[in-house]
Write a protein that binds this ligand. Sequence first.
Ligand code: FFO
Ligand code: ATP
Length: 216
Amino acid sequence: MSDDLPAGPTADKAGLRRELLARRRQRSDTDRWRDAAQLAADLPGLLSALGADPSRPLCLYVPVRHEPGAAPDGSTPLLDAAVSLGRRVLLPVTVGAGPGEETGPLDWATFHDRGDLAPGPHGLLEPSGRRLGPDAVADAAVVVVPALAASPTGVRLGRGGGHYDRTLPLVGRATVVVALVGDDELRESLPAEPHDVPVDAVWRPTAGLLRTAGTP
Ligand SMILES: Nc1nc2c(c(=O)[nH]1)N(C=O)[C@@H](CNc1ccc(C(=O)N[C@@H](CCC(=O)O)C(=O)O)cc1)CN2
Ligand SMILES: Nc1ncnc2c1ncn2[C@@H]1O[C@H](COP(=O)(O)OP(=O)(O)OP(=O)(O)O)[C@@H](O)[C@H]1O
């Protein structure tokens, strides 16, 4: 590492992100298929373990490229599983990705099927339907959050956009926040900054669900 980089959690996060993304890119299509199928199959058990109220929505996201849950053919097994359970599914719309735009909390729109998705910033797929506003997250039973790594105490390392850090303070008291990471992405400790919002649980394709320290 170069001597003129700032020391501390911000610099530590940048180095870790590079390492974790490089590892993800090495995952084979076979492993990615297995993870996507496993997560979809485990969703009912996850929701019942978390006591997720069926009348309240689930905030998910569309995993892309090498994110856990992304199927190599671009299908959406986890989202489809949620819909087939009769759950209302909300997906994030990135706010502030355009030039000169200020990053804000994520907006949300409903997912019914793949036809609702359109290309978004950073090569993402985002819902193209009516936007419900950032406060839609407040009513969610569960918010599944993308992460590059997470720790047993609930520290989560994101991509560095600060989108979820601005969004998670809006969730309701009854909402369970779950970080979705790969099986090798649970790290004993991770750099944390004051704005980082801890997650209540960590979900991994094979290892399953881990409630983080400090949650009831
Ligand atoms: N699937 C998914 N959806 C998501 C997120 C996410 O991490 N994954 N986000 C999480 O906040 C929000 C959007 N923010 C994001 C910021 C950067 C990248 C990303 O892939 N960056 C690449 C560089 C790609 C590029 O800009 O060309 C990278 O980190 O390598 C993705 C999402 C909301 N939706
Ligand atoms: N609540 C907030 N209000 C304003 N700025 C914030 C907030 N949370 C994070 N930021 C800023 O966003 C930037 C990215 O933060 P950080 O590196 O923690 O992102 P991340 O957690 O990896 O991203 P994400 O939340 O999208 O997954 C930092 O410059 C940070 O200061």
